[in-house]
Design a protein. Structure first.
Length: 138
């Protein structure tokens, strides 16, 4: 499985993660907008075992996701850049990695799917072939 490197903006934290499939899932949800300061984030659900923090420490805060279950957001305490989330609704062995922070992931091409399309900004075009009002199966 290919391994990718990432780092936060200030450089105090670095990580590696194993990526089963080189693809982005674009998310338009309200939490992503607040956390990124932009209109969407790029993500993928990956095995938690494949993530390794190789420098620094992460802090965590917890919020309620749409499912009503807790989501833990892990972030650099200095610059707040967030490498991943843990949505407990996905199970304890999976995390949501921010694929846009991984070196070389800009070469993966357009997103494979878009989620929370209901929250897409009116001026934002759909770029993926598949899109879901919230999440697949909801
Ligand atoms: Zn940082
Ligand atoms: Zn989101």
């Amino acid at each position: 499985m290919p391994e990718y490197k990432g780092h936060c903006h200030c450089g105090q934290t670095e990580w590696t993660v194993e990526i089963p499939e080189e693809k982005h899932i674009l998310c338009h949800c309200g939490a992503c907008k607040l956390q990124s300061g932009g209109e969407f984030t790029l993500n993928q659900i990956v095995p938690k075992d494949g993530f390794r923090l190789t420098k620094g420490d992460l802090k965590v805060y917890t919020y309620k996701g749409d499912s009503g279950n807790n989501t833990d957001c892990f972030f650099c305490a200095n610059c707040t850049c967030s490498p991943y989330h843990h949505q407990h609704v996905q199970g304890e062995d999976k995390i949501v990695i921010r694929t846009g922070l991984l070196e070389g992931s800009d070469k993966w091409g357009k997103p494979a799917a878009e989620i929370y399309d209901k929250d897409r900004a009116s001026w934002q075009p759909q770029t993926a072939d598949a899109s879901f009002a919230t999440v697949p199966g909801a």
